[in-house]
Design a protein around this ligand. Sequence first.
Ligand code: NDP
Length: 302
Amino acid sequence: MKILLLGKNGQVGQELLGALTTSEVIALGRDEADLGDQASVTQALRHHSPDIIINAAAYTAVDKAESDEAAAMQVNATAVGWMADYARRHNVLLVHYSTDYVFDGLKKQAYTEDDTTHPQSVYGRSKRAGEQAIIDSGCQALIFRTSWVYSVHGGNFVKTMIRLAKERDTVSIVTDQIGAPTSARHIADITAQAISAWAAGRLRAGIYHLTAAGETSWHGLATHVVRRMLARMDEGRASIAPLKLQLENIKPTTTENYPLPAKRPKNSRLDTGTLSAALNVRMPHWSVDVDAVVDRLIEDDT
Ligand code: NDP
């Protein structure tokens, strides 16, 4: 099977390069396939003529999107529609990623795939429009909605917290947004398993929720990251300078006290039961991969 991976330089794109070991993978970045340019995308598709397209590219600057709606819609919806049309016409599987931000976050329980979407931000609307473009095209697709993605690559909250722990003596982090931090590596591993299951007729096309297990707040995640850093330093496993930030100085705050341009869902929890059952896998608790990424980042630093 020949896989064309778009967005090879992103967090998920980078991890997919390591996870897709059993197939021929052609990986392209923005320079080779620009989602702002229809000719660039269709040329890449025609030239490589893949059996499977994986779209890991996206406009992910959530706050910037509020004042840059045309660009977010272009990358997250219009270009996805081009891929979906190609996939339908050539009978190719399209693998795509979406987000907890398609929901409003008002539900008390975790969201299932059947729950009604109600995005509250430009980014959320653009990602929902991408999902809809795929559904409307009628192509074979696996759409994975995930949340709070981090990895050793790119910019993300875990890396930001590691930096802040060294630079700042106090930070305020929100306690009233709940979700599951999900590593790009986990997403990539499950994607590889899902593609195999789909090829073997064991997984139907459709939307699936794909996150780590468990839940926490951004404050809980921040505290966990710093606690892990301190533990590794105590064990002598990381020889970084003493942290400026002490655990008690990670102050809890609320979304209302920390206004940002884009509205975030307070409940970002996604129910992964359907995908877990279909693939016969248990999603690991979110703390497992957070620990692994923190360890790698602070070891790389020493
Ligand atoms: P990243 O922001 O790490 O990577 C996105 C990639 O898309 C970048 O490599 C970027 O290229 C590329 N890209 C952006 N615009 C274009 C364009 N016009 N043409 C070609 N490539 C472009 O994203 P993640 O890996 O974190 O996200 C993967 C998926 O998961 C996305 O669909 C995202 O919406 C979804 N998701 C992400 C979450 C998160 O917290 N990050 C949460 C929930 C869902 P370049 O490197 O050149 O900028």
